[in-house]
Every structure is written in C-alpha cells, then in structure tokens.
Write a protein that binds this ligand. Sequence first.
Ligand SMILES: NC(=O)c1ccc[n+]([C@@H]2O[C@H](COP(=O)([O-])OP(=O)(O)OC[C@H]3O[C@@H](n4cnc5c(N)ncnc54)[C@H](O)[C@@H]3O)[C@@H](O)[C@H]2O)c1
Length: 531
Amino acid sequence: MAVRLGLVSLFKRSLSASSRVGSALGAGTQRFGTVAAVEEPISPPVEVNYTKLLINGQFVDSASGKTFPTLDPRTGEVIAHVAEGDEEDVNRAVFAARKAFDEGPWPRMTGYERSRVLNRFADLIEKHNDEIAALETWDNGKPYEQSAQVEIPMVTRLIRYYAGWADKIHGLIVPADGPHHVQVLHEPIGVAGQIIPWNFPLLMFAWKVGPALASGNTIVMKTAEQTPLSALFVAQLLHEAGLPDGVLNVISGFGPTAGAALASHVDVDKLAFTGSTQTGKIVLELATKSNLKSVTLELGGKSPMIILDDADIDQAVELAHFALFFNQGQCCCAGSRTFVHERVYDQFVEKAKARALKRVVGDPFKKGVEQGPQIDEEQFKKILKYIQSGKDNGATLVSGGDRIGDKGYYIQPTIFSNVKDEMEIAREEIFGPVQSILKFNDLDEVIQRANATRYGLAAGVFTSNLEKANTLMRALRAGTVWINCYDVFDAAIPFGGFKMSGHGREKGIDSLKNYLQVKAVVTPIKNPAWL
Ligand SMILES: NC(=O)c1ccc[n+]([C@@H]2O[C@H](COP(=O)([O-])OP(=O)(O)OC[C@H]3O[C@@H](n4cnc5c(N)ncnc54)[C@H](O)[C@@H]3O)[C@@H](O)[C@H]2O)c1
C-alpha cells in the first residue's frame, strides 16, 4: 500500500507540477522552453565504495584484471572504474552458486529463517535509503527525488513482500484415483542466472532477487554495464543481513561476454532476463542450445494510452504525460502511443504541449526536477534519430525536438501530433521523452489499432464510462491494463508481456512459480482409513 501511495503521490506531484515549477526553478534547472546549457553538476552526496565483482561472498577483481568506466549521464564523465567480468568470472560465480545450492545452508534453512534475512535486508536498505538513491541517480540520471522517495521504497516493499512468502511456499496433497499418497512438492529450482537492464537498476535487481531468494535458490546476477553501482552496494547489505556466502553473486560486465556466458552456462538451471526484445531472442536461443534451462523474459513494448471523449482533459493530459515522460521515457511499459478521441484531440494536443513546456528538466540532484539526462550517448543518439524520423515522415512537431545544452544527454520533452500508425515513431520503441499523439474516432477502431503491434506489455485507458472501460480492459492484448491510472507497480501485482513483450510474469505470486520446480511423490498406501 505504501508503495502504491508512493507512486500515486509521484503522479500527484506531477499533477501539481505546473503550479510548483516557478518556485522550484533555480541554478542548474530549467523549465523546458528556456533552453540553455545545464549548469555545473551538483556533487552527489555519496562515495563509490564497491566496484569489484561479488563472488562467493567476497569482492574480487575480475580474472582478466580488466575494468570498465561507468559514466555520469549528466556529463559523460567517469564516475568510477568497475571490474569487468567475463566468461571466466561467470564460471567462478556459477561454481560458487552451485556449491551454495548443493551444499550450503540457504536451501536447507527454514522459510522463516530466510524471511528474517530478507526482512533485515529491507531494514538495511531503508537505513541507507539516501546513499543508495544518490548512487542510483548518479549512475542512471533519474531524478533523486524519484530514486529516494519512490523507487527505493518500492524495493523495500518488494523485499518484504517476498520475505512474507518465504515461509508460505508449500505444495499440495492431491487425491488421486487409487490407494496412493500423492504429494506435490514445490522445490527451489537451483542456480538462477539473472540479467537486468539499466533503466531501473535497483528495482530490477529486487524483482529478480526477491522471489528467487524467498524460494531458496542461489543466484548469479549480471547487471547492466551502464549502471553497475547500486546492485553492488545493496548486495553487500544483503550479506550484512545474514545471507550466506555464494548465495548471491554479482557480475558487472557486458552482454555479449558476461551475459552470454551466463545464459549459456550448463550449470545454471533457470534464466530470468529483462531487456530488449532483440537481446531476449539471443538469450533464449543460448539457453535452449546449452541445457534447455527455463527462461522468463521481460522485454520491450509500444504501449497504447487511450483517451476517450468523456475524459476530463486536464487529468487525461497529465496522466498521458506521466505515462510517457516518467523516467525520461525510459520505461518498457511507457504509454508511447497516445490515442486521443477526435472530439477532444485538438484541445488535448494544445494542453499536452503546454504541459511539456512546463516540464522541469535539469540536474537530477536538484529539488523539483522532473527529468534528468538520458542514460548514455547511444540511447541519446537513438532518440534524436527517432525525432528526426518523426519530422521526416510528416508528423507535426508540437514541442521540443532537440537536445538541451551541449553537455550530457539531456533531451527536450518532445511531442508529435498527427502521428500515423505506420510511422516508425508509432511502431518502434523509442525509449525516450518523445510522445506520439494519434487520433481515433471509434472504440472498435482504437482496439484494433492499439493491438496492431508485435508488443503487448501494457495499456492505459482514461474514461469515466464504465462499460467502455470494461470492453477495453478485455479487448486489449497486454499483460497490464491500467484504467484511469498508469505505472502502478505494487509488489503484489504481476507484470509481464503478451506477444513479443516476453514470457512469464514477475512480481506477485506468479514470480515465485518461476523459481520453483514441481515434484510429484507417489507412495502406495496399504489399508487406507480414507482416500
Ligand atoms: N519488460 C520489462 O520489464 C523491461 C524492463 C526494462 C527494460 N526493458 C527493455 O530493455 C530495453 C532497454 O534496455 P537495454 O538497452 O539495456 O537492453 P539490452 O537488451 O541491450 O540489455 C539488457 C541486458 O542484457 C545484457 N545483454 C546484452 N546483450 C546480451 C547478450 N548477447 N547476451 C546476454 N546478455 C546480453 C545487457 O548487458 C544488459 O544487462 C528496452 O527495449 C526496454 O523495453 C524491458
């Protein structure tokens, strides 16, 4: 509940942002529209203490001795040099995780003991909330207030949620048709390989680690090369909370080397991946070719946000703005196709423009900032290329359309109207602050167009008409449908995709199933008193 409130309050903050921005603005911050170079970056209130690989409970150098720089998205400058893991390090980490699973205390501990470790971990995250948030913002560029007040609290909520499950995972006794005692056991699956992206580094860490640990597995995690720092910090806290050595191993490094080695390792029993659809296909193939390990995939999206003609336009504009621009537009489930009913279309576009122009872009450590820089040069260039493609293909540029300043990876909140379904910006995942507004005039038409994508991660609907909401929620082919809200991510709510947005679900009870094997044990019973 607290987390849900966290998100709701973030959205409410966004609702009142237009009245607050004036007072929030100051050095290093700008209301988009008064474009100028972003000023000198604020010094992050944290030190980087953990840069090595975590293998078997120890922070160690990579076998090759190599390191790679992790960069500050505000400037492109080096924050720290981090040990670069590759195949040999993955082998060492899998060996440690295997041993910890086969011999170690973790799967043999009671569920209650495991829950106590996870609860202590959540307490420690809470204690270090501000340091962790600062690391997350420094490495990723997301607003500090978002890290500190929304995301880190979501992490603790999620860890406590799975701590609550740890001693409630149980099988069944099933009545078969015969004199048999039939037990269905739910066992930990073994060594889990986990590969995560950079857009929500710590939240993705938690979504993966929470259910895997609650159900008694051991882990080798490969973090994203853009954002290795926060996972190393909290992995250390998890050991302080009592996690035995070897149960969680963290490898910083690159996809084609460390990630591929993990996906294809024959001693890994399960692979959980979050990232692009393109990479999802690669890791699925590696997993299949190596040892057919089971795979869950959380991939990309091109989610529709549908505004009906009965909607309160001011609220609809704010929600659609939040659905797209949250986290610099770097959300797999971003509402990146804003469908607006033709009766309210022009009014909506005007107000969406006004809102985008008021968006506070600047140093993410600055109070009141809503949007920081994009993660890195590669994403920054990709987004600018998509903006150019929108212009070239005849969409109407309503606001933005360029970078901000000449340093770091800041992009103007950009809106295109008159976007057509076949345009690249309406089909491909931009993963940036670019809103595409499309016009529709009929419910059946918008259902058909909203579903006409290879993705199916999420959808949003904004209406006061219950019947239309009910029709849409069933017709939309997506893993999540948010009605009159967006981006509500409580730990109990399953999340995942239809179609090429992925396989399986994370969070909630569904995620536990990813980390459990089902074993049937059948024993004949002589002279049973009952069956
Ligand atoms: N569905 C979700 O829950 C979700 C969440 C966040 C991000 N995403 C998606 O992730 C994408 C952005 O993240 P990204 O650019 O980091 O994606 P990416 O697929 O390039 O990278 C994701 C992870 O995979 C690793 N990787 C890359 N190549 C690999 C390979 N050959 N073998 C093994 N691992 C490899 C990377 O190092 C990183 O850790 C977007 O498309 C977004 O939609 C999805």
